[in-house]
Design a binder for this molecule. Structure first.
Ligand SMILES: [Fe+2]
Ligand SMILES: [Fe+2]
Length: 332
């Protein structure tokens, strides 16, 4: 194939002898976010046929048509972890440019925004204690919020994209998008929406301190595992305070998204009116995303079945006015 040749030539001329044991210092990136005209402030690497890491494109290169075509032939694209912040900077700028780009269709916009936001959310959950997460959460939520405010039909485009494979970071991004759409349906103003989106994005921050063996366990959790799992809202709340989040609504959403109206939730066993609006909204979006997402041990429910289950079995737990608005939003 023509492009395979381009890749092979590129690999030959740029080959750097990187030892296999150094491969841990590289991370894969989403190649679909690299576009013609982008100037990259970081090196791009590929794996050659012998599993050596090779320099594909030097930092400061501008992506042209040939690059874009050859990228289609590459399975995985890597960057050096040392240049992660340059990559994140690139993604944040991409997010902002995408919102302002009038040439793109709403669907194209929503696609790029979701993929970029997902990359940034993944960094946020990898390193939950980083102080820059306060700003990062704003940089993720704002472009989504601006797109929804500018054109209400963006809600549909975003909901369509939300994919059904489970990672804490994609789940959190999904919950944030649902919460922004739902909050906007409920008539919240922009400042409140921005805080709600960030609270939802960070709601499971505490899961970063729960063992993966518990998070991904097939079957029911035993008592001690469930006790550990039940700590994630308060752990996330403490992390959010440590990184400098002060907004009570945002903190409420993180700490109380598993509280239930009948007082049977955790961690504080709050009842009825004690549960404020943010955790009520995030609670509904959280359960809906969990039910409609496939996990290693369970199949995904379709939206209809998820809503039916929420309406019939969770009326003591969830705010049904919010559930009804959510249903209206999905069907509009
Ligand atoms: Fe949670
Ligand atoms: Fe969650």
């Amino acid at each position: 194939m023509k492009y395979k040749k381009i890749i092979q030539t590129t690999l030959k001329s740029n080959y750097v002898n990187v030892q296999n044991d150094m491969r841990t210092s590289y991370m894969t990136i989403d190649k679909s976010l690299i576009d013609i005209g982008d100037k990259l402030q970081f090196n791009l690497y590929v794996n050659d046929f012998l599993a050596h890491m090779s320099l594909y494109l030097q930092s400061n290169s501008v992506i042209d048509e040939e690059h874009k075509k050859s990228l289609m032939e590459i399975e995985r694209l890597y960057i050096d972890k040392k240049q992660k912040s340059e990559y994140e900077c690139f993604i944040e700028k991409k997010l902002q440019d995408t919102v302002e780009n009038e040439q793109l269709s709403l669907k194209e916009k929503a696609d790029i925004i979701y993929t970029s936001a997902s990359e940034l959310t993944s960094s946020l959950y990898e390193n939950p204690n980083a102080l820059e997460n306060v700003q990062r959460s704003k940089n993720i939520v704002e472009p989504i919020l601006q797109t929804i405010i500018y054109d209400e039909s963006a809600i549909k485009s975003f909901i369509k994209i939300i994919e059904h494979d489970y990672y804490t970071h994609t789940h959190s991004l999904n919950v944030s998008i649902y919460a922004l759409c739902l909050g906007s349906e409920l008539g919240m103003n922009e400042t409140k929406l921005s805080a709600l989106g960030r609270s939802a994005l960070l709601h499971d921050l505490g899961k970063s301190s729960v063992d993966l063996s518990i998070l991904n366990k097939i079957g029911l959790l035993n008592h001690s595992e469930f006790d550990r799992m039940k700590k994630h809202p308060s752990l996330g709340y403490e992390t959010a305070i440590n990184i400098g989040i002060k907004d009570k609504n945002i903190l409420d959403g993180i700490r109380h998204h598993h509280e239930k109206l009948d007082g049977m939730g955790y961690p504080d066993g709050l009842k009825g009116k004690e549960i404020t609006l943010f955790p009520r909204i995030i609670g509904v979006c959280d359960i809906f995303d969990a039910l409609t997402t496939q996990r290693s041990y369970k199949k995904a429910l379709c939206s209809y079945d998820a809503i039916y289950l929420m309406k019939t079995h969770m009326h003591k737990h969830l705010d049904m006015k919010i559930v009804d608005t959510f249903i209206k939003m999905l069907h509009e």
